[in-house]
Design a protein around this ligand. Sequence first.
Ligand code: MG
Ligand code: MG
Length: 247
Amino acid sequence: MIRSAEEIAKMRKAGRVVAEIIEKTRAAIRPGVTTLEIDAVARSVIESRGARSNFLNYHGFPAVICTSPNDMIVHGIPGDYLVEEGDLLSVDCGAIVEGYHGDAAYTVAVGEVSAVARRLVEVTERSLWAGIDAMVPGGRLHDIGRAVQQVAESAGFSVVRKYVGHAIGTQMHEEPQVPNYWPGTPGPKLKVGNVYAVEPMVNVGTYDTTELDDGWSVVTADGSLSAHFEHTIAVTDGGPEVLTAPL
Ligand code: MG
Ligand code: MG
């Protein structure tokens, strides 16, 4: 799907709202806060900007963000979980403006965390930016995953296979998918006007995953820590434009 300059301008607006959600939720994360309170911060940003939530009611999801602590990879439901010193907390968030979607995620270390936890967060964020750097016109879609995988695996970590990135536009999840690893083929050519959500999920141990009984929460199969970073990025003549990055 090729998005026009007008469409990308709308996605830029959605991305600004998502960037504000990132900044305000990040500032709210501290020991003693519940994940439901963090969700309320995101809700207030969405309301104050006249945006809509793309997470709320998505296949019945009950909140506007996902909150996934420690060995939880993605899709955690905000609730009475009390954030503690030493936690890793992954927050996935999004918004719709004028019918166009933005989607992003980050992982934060709460206070003092273990050395491996700190390194996992740093490596996962760096793997996202390595993937973004591959988003140049004429490149190939799977160059993104190859770059992500190279960063994550050379640090001794694993890249989740079951959950991947995606094209994004008038729907949050559009085709094609964007694997965070080299799937064996180069994939389609990257063209000006393509917009993708790139979202590496990186684990300390195995990349295998388990879904919990709540029907949403996905955790590492071996209980090891996981981190998740995501941005919505447009391929432009000048290279990748990250629409959801805080300024
Ligand atoms: Mg997301
Ligand atoms: Mg996404």
